[in-house]
Design a protein around this ligand. Structure first.
Ligand code: SAH
Length: 366
């Protein structure tokens, strides 16, 4: 018999479940509190009698997913979790301890259908969309990692203080395309905001450019951050590395994106991987590409994150030299474009951008 996932129950259903086990009602409340803190199992629930903990363990589980593997980067700043869902699909999420707080990168789908040529997450195609609970539970796994069963007298309210043991920022940049699962991603963000106090401005959704999905975010109306994975400054080149470019043109994507940021008076984030071909020739990182990119963002409020390509064993690209990266960036800067080179985190554990995959084999060093 499948175990009941208590996290998926409403408070009334949880109460019913607990009283049916012959337990007093207040036990349901105690359990709900543990669930809200990300308790991985019942053994940690020290305020419950041991017998009840054991009984629960044989019929129920806490979260809709569990950690099957945990990898720590050598600098201790990044933790990658390989998580198993109830139907045995696997996803990953990454906790990054930064100078501005604790940021969690969550997956929105098991696998990915987008087929971007440079990315590991899409190698096995799309398995399925994640539910709101499955996305939310990833935050709780990170929260448990940060704080465990240590109670904190402060309410759960991130304050950007790096010593604060709370999740303070969320990026929906794990495996999957969030705007192919827009309503669940929205449901997830609503809960992260309401239940964990994470401000809209500390949440970022990244998309390869699904125009109707951007429209849905505009209709939803919350002032989160939007990131566009652009990666090429013209449609011809983009079609070669991102199949989605056959569906939406750069100009349609950018129009939708500017409408989003104009509505909320936000800066648009643009992700731009710098790629060389297998022989080391620059692909999208030439001076000509930089000049075209400048034209796309001219006069607009945006930040271009340059990401030297992270190695993915199955993909035949190269990462441009430091000089080439700086030459590209200089052209942007000379034209008044805000840009930075993204500092990659967790490359040694295969958790940097584009390295997340649904397998416990990390593409880089183990
Ligand atoms: N599907 C969404 C969410 C994933 S975000 C999106 O495309 O935005 C993950 C980011 O990492 C994207 O910007 C993606 O294009 C980038 N990425 C993918 N593979 C990469 C690689 N090998 N090196 C560096 N960045 C990569």
């Amino acid at each position: 018999m499948k175990k009941k996932i208590l996290f998926n129950l409403t408070s009334t259903e949880l109460e019913e479940f607990i009283t049916n086990l012959g337990q007093p009602r207040f036990r349901a409340k105690q359990i709900a509190e543990w669930l809200g803190r990300g308790a991985p199992d019942f053994s940690v629930m020290k305020n419950l009698p041991e017998k009840l903990r054991n009984d629960l363990d044989s019929v129920a589980q806490t979260l809709p997913l569990h950690v099957v593997k945990k990898l720590e980067s050598t600098d201790g700043q990044t933790t990658k979790f390989l998580l198993q869902l109830d139907d045995d699909e696997q996803i990953e999420c990454v906790l990054m301890r930064t100078s501005y707080g604790n940021s969690v990168c969550v997956s929105s789908q098991a696998g990915c259908a987008m087929g971007c040529k440079f990315c590991a997450s899409t190698l096995l195609g799309l398995k399925r969309n994640l539910t709101v609970n499955e996305i939310f539970a990833q935050i709780l796994v990170a929260q448990w990692e940060l704080r465990g069963d240590k109670l904190n007298n402060r309410p759960i309210r991130p304050n950007g203080d790096p010593n604060n043991n709370d999740v303070s920022h969320i990026v929906v940049m794990g495996t999957g395309e969030p705007l192919q699962n827009t309503q669940n991603v929205i449901g997830f963000m609503e809960r992260a905001n309401h239940e964990m106090g994470i401000g809209w401005r500390r949440i970022t959704v990244s998309t390869c450019g699904i125009v109707p999905g951007i429209e849905e975010l505009i209709t939803w109306g919350r002032p989160i951050n939007l990131a566009i994975s652009l990666h090429a400054p013209n449609d011809d080149l983009r079609r070669k590395i991102m199949p989605i470019a056959n569906k939406y043109s750069i100009s349609d994507i950018m129009n939708a994106a500017w409408r989003f940021t104009d509505t909320h008076n936000r800066q648009l984030m643009i992700e731009y991987i710098l790629l060389g071909d297998k022989d080391g020739n620059l692909l999208n990182a030439t001076s000509e590409c930089a000049a075209q990119l400048v034209e796309i963002v001219r006069g607009k409020n945006c930040m271009i994150n340059l990401i030297p390509w992270n190695a993915v064993a199955e993909r035949e690209f190269t990462s441009p030299s430091g000089n080439a990266v700086h030459r590209f960036q200089d052209i942007l800067i000379k034209n008044g474009v805000h840009t930075r080179i993204r500092r990659e985190r967790g490359t040694d554990i295969g958790s940097a951008c584009g390295q997340l995959r649904i397998s416990d084999k990390s593409s880089v060093a183990k």
